[in-house]
Design a protein around this ligand. Structure first.
Ligand code: IVH
Length: 684
């Protein structure tokens, strides 16, 4: 492959990636990458093309093909994009480059916020609005005349205008309208929601969405500068963004960026940076444009990872296990394409350590799929008399007493605290648990509020109670939705043991621990009986500091012996099964269900369901590998020897377990016998 071929291959690959993301973004409104990542792909294309000017001097290489569902609208002048800068050096380079190009020492720059919406063009003939189009690929857009006409405050007639006039700007959704519209989390950010709202074949749908716009360009007017353009647009009755600044210095340009960045959170719309424009239109004309963007303008984008915003309030949530978790309610701010309105504060200590207070200006970090975090507080912008945040001394949901367990503060009213009950019900019905479609937080709160579902088993007897309650009279409920919900509940009466265990929402029993328990005990009855014995066993795990050192033989030993089950899980199970309320709940619940035993796909294996304990050093493979093989053959690995153990696999220097196994009558296999049993060739 020649160098050129290699470059062309790379270029094709990048372009394919861009087209793929364009379709996701423009047509499906479901982007998979952040704006910054997308910009980076585009930047790479431009970089490669710059190395091949003879091939790419005139082509527009990047842009989205217009959506085929709409009539096409050819732009009178191409709708270009903007060159981006991500740091101060980029801004400096831009300013010195245009000064060099124009051989000028001083150039006036008009600074504007960069609205994160979707660009549009609107054509007026003799003052009458005749057509509106989206950007599309920059040359041909989608005809959205009827949709744009529905936008509140969009002028249909311009007083005193003769001939052809084109107005360009940005259509957007306010952050507050976005949150209202996006209850089901359909859209990642207001821009996608705005695009989805505008690109409706039925303009009546668009009319129902609270779209807004700002204009920033005028083609066909007599204005001499960008400042005059903005004033004229305002005079004609268009919305124009109020923030702007005229400057001739780099300092002024950066100052505007910092000011806008700092006040971003107080705007109810998304901006993703600022735009610098050479103010004089004659100079703009002289600078001209590349195939992609005008040389006279630059977008200085905000960081895709960090943002400053205002922490409006700290509220304390109570989860299903009763832990009080502080959460920051933020003035929404877009970080890397996602509108962030909440951040995790972890626990009381974190608030103290970072000295976070309500009303503070904070620096937020959002990276990947991690829940946004507060990095630090901008202490300079704090008023002197702002009080420290006081962590609640009782449960904020039920007023119950709280207990401190290391960093966590926990409500002790497990069975009466509404937040804990609702949290448990929500977990029980959730996707990875019973997966009851149509029984989300909203419905659970609704049924709980009416006293129709007060605890988990009530879900399965809801139908009986609904016979005496006219649900169809309640808002949001109709015959169909009730039937759907009852069907969804009915269809979940049969469940696998591991899912069942997970659904109970017992502390520390996640999906992995639930599977280990289900595999070990196989049937519900076996698990239940063992757990009851565990909690009535005289040797309480709860009182023991270090379970590993425990010598007294207790039932907890068996549980702790299960490979992967630790002290916390064992203690938590013991605590769960020692409460009468839970036992009654389990009995009521299981009376409504058919719980399938854990099925092993290794039922033909001699090791299936056999309990195995390893001791001593193995020669042929590591203990880890031997365990994995044994599990794959259906065996259950334990670290504690008991009469229930089927085989003790004894390697070199086996220790006390060997003797104990002999006493208990447990079959002992040496390593070779073990490998034969598991069909492994033994070669020295
Ligand atoms: S001027 C040649 N001014 O940003 C394009 N664009 O990333 C000139 N945008 O396509 C556009 N706010 O959709 C301009 N104050 C502003 C803007 C702005 C947002 C958008 C516009 C453009 C995109 C480029």
């Amino acid at each position: 492959m020649t160098d050129l071929e290699r470059i062309m291959e790379k270029l094709t690959k990048l372009r394919n990636q861009i087209s793929y993301h364009d379709v996701l973004y423009h047509q499906k409104n479901k982007p998979e990458i952040t704006d910054a990542e997308y910009d980076e792909l585009k930047r790479k294309v431009v970089e490669i093309e710059a190395q091949l000017p003879e091939i790419y001097a005139t082509q527009d290489s990047v842009g989205a093909a217009p959506d085929e569902r709409f009539s096409k609208a050819k732009h009178q002048e191409p709708m270009l994009s903007l060159e981006n800068a991500y740091d101060e050096q980029g801004v400096e380079r831009f300013l010195s480059k245009i000064k060099r190009f124009l051989i000028e020492n001083e150039i006036e720059i008009l600074c504007e916020p960069k609205i994160d919406g979707l660009s549009f063009s609107a054509i007026y003939e003799d003052g009458r609005f005749v057509r509106a189009a989206t950007r599309g690929d920059g040359f041909v857009g989608e005809d959205v005349t009827h949709n744009v006409a529905t936008i509140k405050g969009f002028p249909k007639f311009l007083q005193g205008v003769q001939g052809n006039l084109e107005v360009r700007g940005e259509i957007y959704l306010s952050n507050s309208d976005f949150f209202k519209l996006n209850e089901n989390n359909e859209f990642a950010n207001p821009r996608n929601a705005a695009a989805g709202s505008l690109k409706q074949l039925d303009a009546n749908v668009t009319a129902g969405r609270p779209l807004k716009y700002f204009t920033y360009s005028l083609i066909g007017g007599a204005e001499k500068s960008q400042s005059e353009v903005l004033n004229r647009l305002e005079a004609l009755g268009f919305y124009v963004n109020e923030h702007r600044s005229l400057t001739s210095s780099l300092y002024g340009m950066l100052k505007f960026y910092n000011e806008v960045n700092d006040c971003r959170h107080s705007l109810d719309y998304d901006i993703d940076g600022v735009v610098y424009k050479v103010n004089d239109l004659v100079l703009q004309n002289r600078l001209g444009s590349t195939h992609k963007a005008p040389r006279s303008a630059l977008a200085y984008k905000f960081s895709p990872v960090y943002a400053k915003t205002k922490l409006n309030k700290i509220f304390v949530q109570v989860g299903r296990t009763g832990v009080l978790t502080p959460v920051a309610d933020l003035a929404p701010v877009n970080i890397g394409g996602v509108l962030v309105g909440r951040a995790s504060l972890h626990n009381q200590d974190e608030i103290k350590r970072k000295d976070i207070r309500e009303g503070d200006i904070v620096i937020i970090k959002r990276a990947g799929d991690v829940i946004p975090q507060i990095v630090r507080v901008d202490k300079d912008s704090r008023h002197a008399d702002v009080p420290k945040f006081v962590f609640p001394e009782v449960c904020p949901e039920c007023g119950g007493e709280v207990k401190i367990e290391r960093a966590a503060v926990r409500c002790s009213e497990e069975f009466t605290c509404k937040a804990q009950i609702v949290g448990k019900l929500k977990h029980f019905a959730s996707k990875d648990a019973f997966d009851i479609v149509g029984l989300g937080e909203k419905q659970i709160k609704f049924f709980y509020g009416l006293g129709l579902v007060k605890q988990i088993p009530d879900i399965f007897t809801l139908e009986e109670r609904l016979n005496e309650f006219n649900l169809a009279e309640q808002p949001d409920w109709g015959e169909k939705s009730i039937a759907n919900l009852l069907n969804a509940i009915q269809s979940r009466r049969v469940i696998n043991l591991d899912r069942f265990i997970f659904s109970l929402g017992i502390r520390f029993i996640g999906q992995v621990a639930a599977k280990l328990l289900a595999d070990y005990y196989v049937s519900y009855n076996e698990w239940y009986n063992s757990m009851i014995r565990l909690s009535s066993d005289g040797t309480k795990l709860i009182d023991i500091g270090n379970v590993g050192e425990k010598t007294a033989k207790s039932f907890g030993d068996e549980l702790l012996g299960i490979d992967g089950i630790g002290k916390e899980v064992a203690k938590s199970l013991e605590s769960f099964f020692s409460k009468k309320h839970n036992i009654k709940m389990l009995n009521d619940l299981t009376a409504c269900l058919h719980i399938l035993p854990a099925n092993s796909n290794s039922s033909g294996s001699v090791l299936n369901n056999k309990i195995i304990v390893f001791t001593g050093k193995l020669r042929i493979m590591s203990r880890e590998e031997a365990k994995v093989r044994a599990k794959a053959l259906g065996a259950k690995i334990s670290s504690n020897l008991s009469a229930k153990t089927d085989y003790l696999i004894a390697g070199e220097d086996p220790g006390s377990k060997y003797k104990k196994a002999a006493e208990l009558g447990v079959e002992i296999l040496d390593e070779d016998q073990w490998h034969k049993m598991t069909n492994l060739e033994v070669s020295e």
